[in-house]
Each structure stands twice: as C-alpha cells, then as structure tokens.
Design a protein around this ligand. Structure first.
Ligand code: PEP
Ligand code: MG
Length: 758
C-alpha cells in the first residue's frame, strides 16, 4: 500500500464530520451530494456515487454522483442482481474490480460517461435486514483500490447507514413516486390476484382514497365555477346530497345512520365557515380558492387539538370541502358524490370508514393491506360491498379513472381489462341474482347425508342483515357483534339508544336463540371518541372484556340495555368475548347479576333468565376448559382470534398473513381437544369464526363433533349443501387423520387426498 493511501486506513468519519454533513445540507439532494464528495475525497477517488433502493420497483437508482455525468442522476436504474451495482446488493458484499469494463457483470450506461474509469469498488449500505443502497468509488487508474480501501468504504457505509436510510425514506415519499411512468406501471398491474374478502362483482373506474387532499390538488380554475352564486348553489347541492345519503343510510344502517355525517352538518352550521368563504369570494378570490383556504384554516384549528377525536374531525372538514369543490366543478360526470360508483383503492381503512363508503354507494373496494378476517372485511360483507385484499402497493398508483374489474368471489382484479376479459364477465350480475334466487330453496333444517342434525345460525353485525338471516332460515343468531352501533357514533350510545337497537334484534328473530356478545372493541375496532392512549400492541391491549371490566359504567349500561330489550324473548344468551381466565369470566358473570339487581331496584322490567356464555378465543383457556365448562351455559369458539393468539399472528397484518393458517396442526389438535372436553358437559357449543363458512374446514369441524355453526348469512345455503353431502363417518375419518398429522406438510397431503376423493 502506498503512503498516500495508508492514511485512509483511519478513514472512519468522526462524528463531527458526519453531523456537519447532515446539518449543513439544506435538503436531501445536497446531503447526498456532500456524502459522495466526502467519500470520493477520503478515498482519493475520481468518482463517488450513491445508489438508493427504490423498493417498490426493486431497483437501485443513482441518486448522487461526483465524477459521473450529473444528468444521469435519477436515470440510471438497475435491478437487484443487475450490473456491478445490482450484484453488490444481491450478494450484500463488497465488489472490487481492477478493470470493471472487462467484468462480464458490468452494465454499460451511455449517459454515465464512465468509460475513463477503470477501477471500481462498491459496498452495500444496509441496516439490520433493511437494504438501503450501494456506495461506489471509481478511479481512472487500473487496479487502484485495495483491501484497505474496501475496509474503509465498508466502515463509512456502516456509519452512514442510519442517516442515509432516513434520507431514502424521505425521497421515497416524494421522488420515486413521481418518476414512475403511470402507463408502464399499469402494464405491470394488468392482473392481480388478491384475496376475496367480501364476495361480489364490480366493474367501475378507480378512485384512490386519500391519495391527495382535495385542498392540495392544483387544478386549473377554469374547471370550476367561481362566483358567489355558484358557491351558494354548490353548498345547497352538498346539503341535499348529505341529506339523501343519510336517508339511504337509515335503510342500511338503522343503528346509527343519522350520525355518520353529523360532523359535516355541525361545520355547515357554523356561520364562520360560510361567511368567510363568501367574504373571500366577494374580495376577489374564486369560489374553489376560497373554499380551500377556509377549509385549511378550520383544519389547522382542529389539527392542533390534543384530542385525537377532534384531530380526526379535520378529515371531516376535508371531506366536506371535497364535496363542495366537487359540486363547483363544471364537469362532474355521472355520480352524485365524489365516490359514487367508483372502485376505491385504499392502503388502510377503519370499519367506520367502510360504513361511510357504503352510504356513498361505492362499487367495490380494493385494499392493499389487512387480512380477510379483519373487521373491515367482516363489515364489508355485511354491507355487501365487494372487497379484495391485494398486497400490492403498486395498485395505489393506478391513475384515477382507470377501468377496473373486480371478481371478488375469487379475489381477481383486472386493471384496464381487455375486451376479451370483459366478454368473459358479461352477464355476471345476472348470475349473482340467480344465486340469490337459488338461496330461497334453503331448507329449514340442516342434516348430513346420514341424517345427523346440524344447527346453522347467523352472525349478525348490522341490523340490516336480519332480513337475509330470516329469509335464509337461520336457526337463530349465534353471534351478534354489538360493537357496530358503537363504531358508527361519535359518542357512546346511551342505554336507551342501545335498548332500541337490541329490541329490533329480538323482535325480528323472535322465538329463536339469540346470543348477544358484549362490546368487543379494541384491536382493529377503534372508537375514536374514546381517546385512549395509543397502544404498541392493540391486539394484546386493553380490548374487549378487559375494557368492559375496567369501565364498569359502559359495561353496566350495555348489560341493562340487553336485559331490558330481551323482555319476553325466549332464548337469550349473553356472550363474553376474549375471556382468558376463570376470574374474568366470574367477574363478567357477576356484572350481569349486579345489573339485574340494579334493574330490580329501579323497578324496570327485564329478562330474568338469560344464559351466560363465553367465547373460546384465547389459548390460555385450554388449561381451564373443564372449570370454565362447569360455569358457563354455552360456548362459542371464535376461530378468528383463536388462530391469531394461538399462532401469535396479527390477523390484520399482511406481512405475516402466510402464518395465519387455520389448518396448522396446533390449531386442529387444540380445537379437537376443546370440543371433546366441552362436549362432556352437554352444553351448546358453536363455532362462529370465519372458518365456519369454509367448506373444507366445516368438514373437519363436523368430524371433531361440532354440530352448531354460526356464519355470515349469505353463506348459509352453500354450507347447508356442503353438510348435506357429507356423512359423519367420512368427516370423522378426515378429522382423525388431520389430528394425527404433526406437520403442516402432512396436513396438506391429507387435504389433497381428501379433495381428490370429494
Ligand atoms: C372470532 O374471533 O372468531 C370472532 C368471531 O370474533 P371477532 O371476529 O369479532 O373478533
Ligand atoms: Mg374475536
């Protein structure tokens, strides 16, 4: 090693140097530029370059260079494994070549103007498992870099990793996205296989939810009407549309329809909002500019509130302003609202937002995150909105207005479908109607091929589903998820409001068993007005029965409302969710008794003989199942959560979706064990998770002795037919084989054999 180079052995940046690069840089580009300058000068190199990974496209992009043609920044891109740079990232190891252009891996980029540089040295930049980019130095002299340089460059890359990772994140938010050529991205997205979360079919144009705020979109003023008169007209129009939306909602969501657009009305009632907009227009601004300005002012007031609930209201102002702007447009197209008739593409949604979207009559929803057992999926099914979960973030770049065809029965998405695809789906809506007609032939009793009786009950999330449950001859409600009336409101519903909801439930299914589950909030079901502190692990947090036992007034009000509404009802069950110990069950049970005593004191009528049950969804109850069985009157196995907690896999987290496997031997064995042990007590046991509508899983459940299932009403006819085609001997064989299998692989082989035979 020459003298001039030996000093580079101490090439580690000292902290002050690194921090001066960070602090002196005005922006990210300057920062990256200073990094490459500094690296090149430390290594006496002619060229210093940094490539960052654009992980949406899985490509390394040249982001800054000293020595190469500056115009090639942002243009030179290499896939992982492509060229010397891509190979460095693929191998996650330094690459040093004395004459790079002779290396077969070398990729020539005309625009780089690098022909003069013979020596090449690159190192990957990474942090933990995060791949960030590649740092490169080049020199005109052949065989210039040596082992000491490799060490030095590696050390620098390690030091820079954290700061560069942050820079890359910021760039990811702005640049990588802008550079995409929407047309070619569309080509990649022609067909996407997602998961069917709520069945149905939709053919409509795409709209990205929350892609960009209507307040930020810079659209030419000429697209809008601008006068005070036009504003007043748009305002009236908006009010009328909101009124109509609410009217429609009363049909679909009797449990809280009037309240969904409550915040919008409050804002419209605030004279400052209207006056300020009118004043601004009179002072010479155009109507859209005035609406944007005033909406922004109001939003900033809300945004600074310490209450998350109030901050959330900023979205309502944005939404309202979006509606007024939509009505100010000269060309609004067909829809009565910005979302009507579109297929919405969103990165994330809350159950309450799905309720709102239903009122807007969206044609379908494509979600790029979440799981099919998440409550967003559950509520979309209740509202009959086709929903596909496709973990493909590229979908978020589909330009608004692109035609999309969703076959949500199987999870297929066709972006800008060809005439051939469209022809394949012609008449699809007619088929959907025919399926409904067929469902009318549902028998009132379900029996297996060999005549064993199975009870099919309905899971109900919204009151609007009761009529379908009745039509499809559900033998009761095995699970009423009572949280949705809470989710649609902006404050806790009072005891009286809840009572009115439950009365409808008991009236409409009178004479049949009805199991009302007490409030199961938390996890992915958030009540914004609760304003609880954020939890790092909400699924393991203060949710469900834990919340109720900590907030006795909420619990007591709900119990009173159920008991009072159930006067005269014959078979009422109160079901506790997420019970993890005997103590919890006993505390919840005591709360029912105390609510009864309080009602006695108040002289109010109530149902004196409800049965008290528990959900089986926590693995911890496996060890106390016999004691629990002795205390509770009935059991409902919630496989959605049971699988989540048994396998420690968040049911809403798409990154671990492949771990969420109902057919894992641990799940199969645990369920068989639970059903066998509970069965000895002769008390009703049902399964109410999503597995209860999976035909293959139903065969397993019948095989381990389950004779009661509770499922979303639309699946009742199909599951009745599945059961009618099975003999108990055959499903017992299937179940025994599955329970004997110790690995998932073995299970898969058994399933394949079973499918071939059936
Ligand atoms: C379950 O966990 O299986 C269940 C039915 O409850 P939920 O889906 O509402 O959590
Ligand atoms: Mg559950």
């Amino acid at each position: 090693m020459s003298d001039s180079k030996s000093r580079h052995l101490s090439l580690l940046y000292d902290i002050s140097e690194l921090s001066s690069i960070v602090s002196e840089s005005k922006d990210i580009d300057t920062f990256l530029h200073q990094v490459v300058n500094s690296v090149a000068s430390h290594l006496n190199a002619d060229v210093g370059s940094i490539y960052l990974l654009d992980d949406e496209r899985n490509e390394l992009v040249l982001k800054a260079t000293k020595g190469l043609n500056p115009l090639s920044v942002d243009h030179i891109r290499m896939k992982i494994g492509e060229g010397l740079v891509g190979t460095t990232m693929a191998r996650m190891a330094p690459l040093c070549d004395g004459v790079a252009c002779d290396n077969p891996l070398f990729k020539h980029f005309e625009e780089a103007e690098e022909d003069a540089y013979k020596s090449f040295l690159s190192v990957p930049i990474s942090r933990g498992i995060e791949k960030i980019g590649v740092l490169v130095v080049q020199h005109q002299q052949p065989n210039y870099f040596d082992a000491a340089d490799i060490m030095a460059l590696r050390a620098i890359a390690t030091q820079l990793a954290g700061t560069v990772a942050n820079a890359r994140l910021m760039i990811g938010l702005r640049q990588f996205k802008q550079e995409k050529n929407p047309r070619s991205r569309l080509e990649e997205l022609k067909f996407i296989k997602g998961e069917a979360a709520s069945p149905g079919f939709a053919m409509a144009t795409a709209l990205r939810l929350r892609s960009e705020s209507p307040l930020l979109v810079e659209e030419p003023e000429k697209n809008f009407h601008g006068s005070v008169k036009a504003y007043r007209r748009a305002l009236q129009h908006t009010l009328e549309q909101l009124r109509q939306l609410q009217e429609q909602l009363v049909q679909r969501l009797p449990e809280g329809a009037a309240l969904i657009f409550e915040a919008h009305h409050m804002i419209l009632k605030d004279p400052r909002f209207d006056h300020q907009i009118t004043d601004l227009i009179q002072q010479g601004q155009t109507a859209p500019a005035a609406v944007r300005q005033v909406a922004r002012q109001f939003m900033s007031l809300f945004d600074t509130s310490p209450s998350s609930y109030i901050r959330e209201k900023a979205h309502d102002i944005e939404d309202l302003a979006g509606r007024i702007l939509f009505n100010l447009r000269k060309d609004k197209g067909q829809g009565a609202s910005p979302m009507e008739g579109h297929i919405l593409i969103a990165s994330q949604l809350y159950p309450s937002e799905v309720l709102k979207l239903a009122s807007e009559r969206v044609a379908g929803i494509v979600l790029v995150s979440g799981g099919v057992t998440s409550h967003v999926a559950i509520i979309a099914r209740s509202l009959k909105i086709p929903l596909i979960i496709a973990r493909h973030s590229g979908l978020l770049d589909v330009p608004a207005g692109t035609p999309i065809l969703m076959d949500a029965d199987v999870g297929n998405i066709y972006v800008d479908p060809s005439a051939h695809v469209l022809r394949k789906f012609e008449g699809r809506e007619r088929v959907a109607r025919a399926t409904q007609a067929q469902s009318a032939i549902m028998k009132s009793e379900t029996k297996t091929l060999d005549g064993v009786r199975v009870h099919l009950m309905a899971n109900i999330n919204l009151l609007s589903e009761l009529s379908l449950a009745r039509e499809l001859k559900a033998e009761g409600i095995g699970l009423y998820r009572s949280e949705f009336p809470f989710i649609v409101r902006s404050v806790f519903p009072s005891e009286e409001e809840q009572r009115l909801v439950y009365i409808r439930l008991f009236e409409q299914m009178s004479g049949l068993p009805i199991y009302v589950r007490t409030l199961d909030i938390g996890g992915d079901k958030i009540l914004p007005y609760l304003n609880l502190p954020m939890e790092a692990n909400p699924e393991l947090g203060l949710r469900s029965i834990r919340f109720l036992l900590k907030n006795r007034d909420v619990f007591d009000q709900q119990l009173r409302a159920i008991l009072r509404a159930a006067v005269g009802a014959k078979q009422v069950g109160i079901l506790f969710p997420m019970i993890s110990s005997l103590d919890e069950f006993e505390a919840a049970h005591r709360a029912v008794k105390e609510a009864m005593s309080a009602l006695d004191k108040d002289g109010l009528e109530y149902n004196r003989s409800p049965i008290i049950g528990t959900m089986i969804e926590m693995p911890s109850v496996l060890t106390i199942i016999d004691e629990l069985a002795a205390k509770a009157d009935f059991f409902s196995i919630g496989t959605n959560d049971f699988i989540q907690y048994m396998l420690a896999v968040d049911r809403t987290n798409e990154n671990v979706a492949e771990y969420y496997q109902p057919f894992q031997p641990v799940i199969l064995r645990a369920l068989a064990n639970i059903v066998r042990r509970l069965g000895q007590f002769g008390k009703p046991i049902s399964v109410c998770g999503e597995t209860a509508h999976d035909p293959e899983f139903v065969a397993f459940l019948l095989g381990i002795g389950v004779r009661r299932l509770s499922l979303d009403p639309q699946y009742l006819p199909a599951i009745q037919q599945v059961i009618a085609a099975k003999s108990i001997a055959a499903v017992e064989n299937f179940a025994n084989e599955l329970v004997a299998a110790s690995s998932y692989q073995e299970v898969q082989m058994i399933r394949t054999r079973y499918k071939e035979k059936n």
